[in-house]
Design a binder for this molecule. Structure first.
Ligand SMILES: Nc1ncnc2c1ncn2[C@@H]1O[C@H](COP(=O)(O)OP(=O)(O)O)[C@@H](O)[C@H]1O
Ligand SMILES: [Mg+2]
Length: 234
């Protein structure tokens, strides 16, 4: 069976087991998921239900124990860790709860350096444009420690989108921010993902935030408990 050309993620019977023998735990127990290009999708569920684990597998940070997974035209189940790292480039952007900026680099360098390493000739120009797009044109040469939490997450969003990925993943992207800052960062994520034409997949345990996505997939105990369009989402 071939996947539909507009299906940007095709996952079938994905499992994740960690440990061995009596210490073995089944974290994901058979995930089937198909995502169409341009969708906005929330992964919702209680703490420990497997949201972050599933996001890590779909985004190529971690390998599934079994099952099949095609992401933006790459067969993720056939790749080793180096292969996954290469496949992520240009396909996948990731924003995590902790901002993970390099403390010794300015905002501009945090974005430009990975672009340079990927061999992009106009890395600095592109990095500056991405920072302007997230409202940080006046913070180019600030270090992470000189930026607020909301500003640091904006840098992380700019970094994730700079390589023009097909899919933007976010795991609890507002989890370290106060409510008002979190709302502003969420607004920015939705706006920038749409402007970039990226499919957007977000892990959250916040029902209101999830409802802003077009589709809500609920996880419970490592399985998909429900998968439905949201009422209020775009
Ligand atoms: N490296 C690991 N080793 C063992 N168990 C883990 C590991 N990572 C996650 N888990 C367990 O897997 C389950 C799912 O975790 P996680 O995907 O982080 O859930 P969520 O993001 O929904 O809170 C939890 O029970 C967690 O304790
Ligand atoms: Mg989590």
């Amino acid at each position: 069976m071939t996947s539909s050309p507009i299906s940007v993620i095709a996952a079938s019977a994905l499992t994740l087991s960690l440990g061995s023998g009596e210490a073995r735990v089944e974290i994901l127990r058979g995930i089937d998921l198909s995502v169409i290009a341009g969708e906005t999708l929330a992964l919702l569920g209680p703490s420990g239900s497997g949201k972050s684990s599933l996001l890590a597998i779909l985004s190529g940070l971690e390998r599934a124990s079994a099952g099949s997974l095609n992401v933006a035209g790459a067969d993720f189940t056939a790749l080793d860790e180096d292969g996954l790292a290469a496949a992520r480039r240009g396909r996948i952007g990731i924003v995590l709860q902790a901002f993970h900026l390099l403390p010794t680099m300015t905002a501009l360098e945090n974005i430009a350096t990975p672009l340079e390493l990927a061999g992009m000739p106009d890395a600095m120009v592109r990095a500056e444009a991405e920072l302007v797009a997230v409202g940080l044109g006046h913070r180019l040469h600030h270090y992470p420690a000189q930026l607020s939490g909301g500003e640091q997450q904006r840098v992380a969003i700019a970094r994730a989108l700079a390589p023009k990925p097909a899919i933007l993943f976010a795991d609890e992207p507002t989890g370290n921010l106060d409510h008002a800052t979190g709302e502003a960062v969420a607004d920015l994520l939705f706006a920038r993902a749409a402007e970039a034409g990226a499919t957007f997949i977000m892990v959250t345990h916040d029902e209101a935030l999830a409802a802003r996505c077009g589709r809500i997939v609920r996880l419970a105990d490592g399985r998909i408990a429900s998968d439905a369009p949201s009422d209020s989402g775009a």
